[in-house]
Design a protein around this ligand. Structure first.
Ligand SMILES: CC(C)(COP(=O)(O)OP(=O)(O)OC[C@H]1O[C@@H](n2cnc3c(N)ncnc32)[C@H](O)[C@@H]1OP(=O)(O)O)[C@@H](O)C(=O)NCCC(=O)NCCS
Length: 100
């Protein structure tokens, strides 16, 4: 990430899965990042195989950017991680689309 960019990560307790809480929270954080803090881009990534996390990224309309293969994780193993980005330009366009 460059200066003026941020990364969002998320976790919620199992009893609360599937209620759309994380997409709603990510939407609020995107508003904070772009509308209040005027950041240029927000990144989000998920490890291969985490279908639920992938769905959140898709539902929040991040764009695929790149994949890092065979990277060391804080959990002590090696995984493939897919990175997505929301640029300020895209966020603006998507907000306009939502207003229509
Ligand atoms: C990934 C996570 C944050 C999703 O949060 P959430 O608030 O449940 O998100 P959603 O309600 O939008 O559900 C996302 C998708 O998960 C799947 N899902 C939801 N509840 C599920 C359940 N109980 N069992 C299996 N899949 C489920 C659905 O496919 C859903 O997509 P859909 O709405 O198109 O059907 C949450 O599952 C979590 O905290 N997981 C553990 C931590 C983790 O993996 N974090 C991501 C690190 S990158």
């Amino acid at each position: 990430m460059k200066r003026g960019e941020a990364e969002i990560g998320y976790w919620i307790g199992k009893p609360y899965w599937g209620r759309g809480f994380i997409p709603e929270a990510v939407g609020a954080l995107l508003s904070r990042c772009f509308d209040d803090l005027a950041l240029d881009a927000v990144w989000c990534g998920y490890y291969e195989g985490n279908a639920k996390s992938k769905r959140v990224v898709e539902k929040c309309r991040f764009e695929y950017h790149h994949t890092n293969r065979d990277i060391a994780t804080p959990l002590g193993d090696r995984r493939t991680e897919h990175f997505y980005v929301m640029t300020r330009a895209n966020y603006t366009v998507l907000n306009v689309a939502r207003e229509r």
